[in-house]
Design a protein around this ligand. Sequence first.
Ligand code: NDP
Length: 353
Amino acid sequence: MAKKALIIGVTSQDGSFLADLLISKGYEVIGTIRRTSSFYRENISHLYGKIKIEVADLIDPESLNRVIKKYQPDEVYNIAAQAVPADSWSTPIYTAEVTGLGIVRVLEAVKNFSPHSRVYQATSREVFGNIKAEVATEETPFDANNPYGISKAYAHMMVRCYRESYNIFVCGGFLFNHESERRGLQYVSRKISVGVACIKNKVKRPPLNELGEPLIDDNGKLHLGYLDAKRDWGYAKDYVFAMWLMLQQPSPKDYVIGTNTQHSVKDFCQIAFSLVGLNWEDHVISDKSLLRPTEIRELRGDYSLAQKELGWAPTVGFEELVKLMVNSDLKKFTNEKLSTQIDDLLDATFSLQ
Ligand code: NDP
């Protein structure tokens, strides 16, 4: 019989890639979406008819109880979160509710209705926040310094608590930044790849940024935050494979998943703009209103434990990642494409059961 997997937050970048992976492995896949979220689900429109959709919210324990009780899944992936660190200062209580307490509601549902389920929790490198180290391992202490990272740290400690207290098979992945052509537009990598496409293709009505302003201003400039920020950036498809591997092991454990390299936002811009023959310095400005109140320190993810025990290693390097994102957005963001967007929106509508 096919294994059953529940993906909480299937509309996310990671949830959609994970669904692709699990389908390719013959799983029956159930994905949750929120009743309140937009009907535009670009990341999962290709999955229509291939997965089951249920409505659930990390804030609503009854919705999680119902779905977990109904399917008794072999594997549960909690991918959902208020996942934007920069937004967590303006929504600290909501972030704690969803990103911090959400997994506790999932683990309670598993404990009470499906204790055999193996659970994956999307922990984040942001739990290390301000730590004075160059490289993080599974042993690195937490030093989160923003409401998102602090919520993820609490969530991760509850993962350990449920593993030790109730013998639940639950793993947390300390994932470093991972990007793709499905990344949300609120994240810097995608702003750059979409920005390059809009500038190169002279798109008349570029999408809006999180301040509600056009991504490209009237002077043709792309507004970003701190350009010297460095991140350990990998490709999301590689990272969802690591999530799956964690749940196939004989016993549950937490793993760091990264590339052990890092690059700055400037590096990302330089490669992205040069791919279309432009100089990034002519098109990018650092906008004070997009700066975080506190930055996280530079840190690389040492994935040697994952390599040794899971056989995992990243397969896509930084330049290749930038290239695949820019090339994808050059095709998506053209004046012709955007004028037919309403048809795409309708195609992407999911009919709920
Ligand atoms: P996205 O930002 O693409 O997606 C977030 C998901 O969470 C969406 O599906 C969203 O649903 C869902 N969601 C938000 N609030 C709730 C709620 N109250 N109840 C149920 N679902 C909710 O995330 P990513 O794919 O980038 O990341 C996946 C996970 O991995 C997140 O937990 C993130 O914090 C974590 N992570 C990501 C990293 C990265 O670099 N990508 C690095 C480290 C950790 P909707 O579509 O309805 O808004």
